[in-house]
Design a protein around this ligand. Structure first.
Ligand code: ADP
Length: 168
């Protein structure tokens, strides 16, 4: 049985993440979508909120499980007896950091292989931060996030509603 983890911030999950989840879930017996908690990185959504959004988006993919970890990814990988680390690659900008990360992980845990899945064309320029910037100003995020969570993201981030329609 091949068990993979797909680590990331997922702050919040986007169509780009979802597309990688669907493809990876078809390649491995089990896929753990792992919210990695970095105390030095500001997040807009709490870990619980991010996990809840991910669970709702992945509810119909039976071999996908959502979890979180606040330590090293390789420690989680070892403790949970995983086989593969899955990463998504967008434009070239992702490559350098991801390449470095894959090597560091392999150094720390020699059996930790990273598999890269290239983003679909329409998701190549999509990031959680872009979604958040649009949402904050009341823009339409529907092309970028799964329909089932769109309203929840807007409720949390849309400042044009919370400021009574005025922007700072
Ligand atoms: P970000 O905050 O930049 O959106 P995350 O840390 O949540 O990124 O990303 C987790 C993983 O998902 C990383 O491997 C990242 O390269 C990948 N990923 C993020 N956005 C996309 C996308 N639009 N298409 C494909 N993979 C993506």
């Amino acid at each position: 049985m091949k068990k993979a983890i797909y680590p990331g911030s997922f702050d919040p999950v986007t169509n780009g993440h979802y597309e990688i989840i669907k493809r990876a879930s078809g390649m491995f017996d089990r896929l753990i979508v792992l919210i990695s908690v970095n105390p030095n990185k500001h997040s807009s959504f709490s870990v619980e909120e991010r996990a809840d959004l991910l669970r709702r988006v992945c509810y119909d993919i039976p071999n996908v499980q959502i979890d979180s970890c606040s330590g090293l990814i390789v420690d989680y990988f070892r403790e949970h007896d995983c086989d593969i680390i899955v990463k998504g690659l967008r434009a070239m900008s992702d490559f350098e950091t991801e390449f470095q990360m894959a090597h560091v992980n392999k150094h720390l845990c020699p059996r930790a292989e990273t598999v890269f899945l290239c983003a679909d064309n329409e998701n190549t320029y999509l990031s959680s931060s872009m979604v958040k910037q649009i949402a904050v100003f009341g823009g339409d995020i529907s092309p970028f996030v799964p329909e089932s969570i769109k309203e929840d993201i807007m409720k949390r981030l849309d400042t044009t509603k919370t400021n009574g329609g005025t922007q700072k």
